[in-house]
Write a protein that binds this ligand. Structure first.
Ligand SMILES: O=P(O)(O)OC[C@H]1O[C@H](O[C@H]2O[C@H](CO)[C@@H](O)[C@H](O)[C@H]2O)[C@H](O)[C@@H](O)[C@@H]1O
Length: 268
């Protein structure tokens, strides 16, 4: 696929964004860099997207990042990316910035997290196709591989049970409900990266409900791109992760072509 497959308005918006003095490029992981698959442990990113993100991070005045619902350790392992000065990894829907996150939870939160793990394990039992994904501050209940009626009744049981416990924060996603002991906000994480990079414009790409909190923070020269169908606050949408790869590659080409001239100008 080439950039011509992107809608013309989006191509123009990407070309404009590429000319911003200090650019921030942030992607969600599942459904954006990696296609949605039945087994969460097998979510492999599109290599073209990862190549483009790495190359963008190597350009001057360009910062990249992933903000994902994944635990940070899983995000690092699955993406194969190593965080660095211009490349940031943020897990747990924006809450997990570094390795010490779990230990930094207060005693009450750690205790609630333990109760959630035990309560959900008991509730879900050995229901075929239902999977618990444990993270430092949350437990996700996946029903993608369950019989649809069974999956729905498990989700309902979680919604009317542990999801109502005091101190529990609920996030619903694609065939998944997640119960966390801290509040999460991808938008706040995006703003933190923007501030850190002193970015003059940001691009955010995401496919799920939690990504809407990041789209909501975009303004002015920023660009939001929703991946897949559904309503969104993003100004543009593309059908799937293949288009994300094309978009990132196009952004890389446009910014790579722009920056040498820009550097010369600012050095005059
Ligand atoms: O914020 P993201 O990077 O998009 O992470 C959101 C959740 O993604 C994963 O679950 C989703 O993707 C799985 C693999 O494609 C799929 O099997 C599952 O049905 C989806 O809900 C991940 O497992 C979760 O921890 C993330 O919160």
């Amino acid at each position: 696929m080439s950039a011509e497959t992107l809608p013309e308005g989006l191509r123009r918006a990407v070309a404009r964004l590429a000319r911003t003095p200090r650019l921030l490029v942030v992607c969600d992981y599942d459904g954006t860099l990696s296609p949605i698959v039945a087994d969460p442990t097998q979510a492999v990113p599109r290599p073209e997207s990862m190549r483009a993100l790495r190359s963008l991070a190597d350009l001057p005045d360009t910062t990249t990042g992933l903000i994902s619902g994944r635990a940070l350790r899983d995000l690092a392992a699955l993406s194969g990316l190593q965080a660095g000065e211009n490349l940031h990894l943020i897990g747990s829907h924006g809450a997990e910035l570094d390795a010490g996150f779990a230990q930094a939870l207060d005693d009450d939160a750690q205790e609630l997290r333990r109760r959630l793990e035990a309560g959900l394990a008991q509730l879900v039992g050995r229901t075929p196709g239902v999977l618990l994904e444990t993270k430092p501050a949350s437990i996700a209940v996946h029903v993608r591989r369950a019989d649809p009626a069974v999956g729905e009744s498990v989700l309902d049981a979680v919604r009317s049970g542990p999801a109502r416990w005091k101190g529990v924060h609920v996030t619903e996603g694609k065939a998944v409900i997640e119960l966390a002991v801290v509040e999460t906000d991808k938008g706040a994480a995006l703003d933190m990266l923007r501030h850190q990079a002193d970015a003059t414009a940001a691009l955010f790409l995401g496919d799920d409900l939690t990504d809407e909190k990041a789209f909501a923070r975009l303004a002015g020269p920023d660009l939001g791109v929703k991946v897949g169908p559904g309503e969104s606050l993003a100004a543009f949408s593309v059908p799937d992760t293949g288009d994300v790869a094309v978009l990132l590659d196009y952004l890389l080409a446009e910014r790579g072509a722009w920056l040498p001239g820009e550097t010369r100008r600012s050095g005059d």
